[in-house]
Design a protein around this ligand. Structure first.
Ligand code: SF4
Length: 334
């Protein structure tokens, strides 16, 4: 870990098999930024409990899938700390301390709270933990004194809340926490196979671990323009999931594709074949690396253990300052 670099913090919930949206929206950025920033990258298993607390049977397996896909996609564990959130207990300690100083009204106004309330599994009630999600996220960021956090536009309110919590702490107990900035990343709007929002719960995703044939079968079944029955029917590429995905994987040809579609010079099967080809090209090296890693799960566990050690050391440094600033007892046992 190179301390001359700015620090970046980012997490990903283990809510299922990682899909193309996770790959292009998060994992690709982790890999891209690993040389530029001193990166702390974690699998956010505690965060996943905020909506999946009623069904924890898959968490261990999901952690494994995320770890495999992230490493297969090219993350170099020698250049970062890649770990599981619950392996670094300091996150929980800081979360608790920050929850003592965070006004409830700040959490009630977080726009994603309502949306997440609806995602709680099996009609269970939204919990205290779900409401405190932004406080846990603030603890994740502040414990590493992160300079930057990659965010999409919808996460900006969380980041602002993190800054407010950090400021409030600093005002009460003295300046411990710096202010982090959002690193606005290009997060492509990956559509679901059926044209709806991409969601694991809709079962409308292509997973990183899917093989070539599964990818083709999924692409074949994708939603296109329902009124375009034949190749020479003029099509409506807007709202076509295949067109939206081709725009991500072949952006230079997007305009031409839309023109050809509208003019009735392009058939949906032609588009689907092109898309499957592009996806399989993108996923081939990841699948190969994934298969190698699957044969060496001790290595994957070792990476996460080493990552937790690196992250734990940095987190404990901050917690010493926090405990001292708050006049809390020094830690005497692990
Ligand atoms: S021709 Fe291509 S862009 Fe047009 S509707 Fe069909 S799949 Fe979509």
């Amino acid at each position: 870990m190179n301390s001359a670099k700015k620090r970046m913090l980012s997490g990903m919930q283990p809510t299922g098999m990682p899909h193309l949206g996770n790959l292009e929206g998060a994992i690709a950025n982790w890999v891209r930024y690993q040389n530029e920033y001193e990166s702390f990258l974690f699998i956010a298993d505690w965060h996943s409990l905020t909506t999946l607390y009623g069904d924890t049977g898959q968490i261990k397996q999901n952690i494994r899938e995320v770890a495999l896909d992230v490493l297969a996609a090219g993350l170099d564990p020698g250049k970062c700390a890649f770990f599981v959130q619950s392996d670094v207990k300091e996150h929980a300690e800081l979360h608790l301390l920050l929850s003592m100083i965070t006004p409830i009204s700040w959490l009630e106004r977080v726009p994603t709270f309502k949306e997440k309330q609806e995602n709680v599994l099996g009609g269970e009630q939204a919990s205290y933990g779900l409401m405190g999600y932004p406080v846990l996220m603030s603890a994740d960021i502040l414990i590493y004194k992160a300079d930057v956090v990659p965010v999409g536009r919808d996460q900006l309110p969380h980041l602002e809340l993190c800054r407010e919590i950090g400021r409030r702490f600093n005002n009460h107990y003295g300046g411990v926490f710096p202010e982090c900035e959002g690193l606005m990343t290009s997060i492509p709007a990956m559509p679901g196979l059926d044209g709806r929002k991409l969601s694991k719960s809709y079962g409308n995703a292509i997973y990183i671990a899917d093989d070539e044939d599964t990818t083709w079968q999924k692409v074949r079944s994708m939603f296109t323009d329902p009124v375009k029955m034949r190749k020479d029917d003029p099509g409506h590429p807007e709202g076509c999931a295949v067109c939206a995905m081709l725009g991500i994987y072949q952006p230079d040809s997007d305009e031409e594709l839309q023109r050809e579609c509208r003019a009735g010079h392009m058939g949906c099967m032609q588009c689907k074949k092109k898309l499957a080809e592009l996806l399989n090209e993108r996923l081939k090296p990841i699948r190969e690396k994934r298969a190698e890693l699957l044969d060496n799960m001790d290595y994957v566990s070792g990476v996460l253990a080493e990552g937790a050690e690196k992250a734990g050391a940095a987190a404990e440094e901050t917690m010493k300052e926090v405990r001292s600033a708050m006049n809390m007892k020094k830690r005497t046992v692990r």
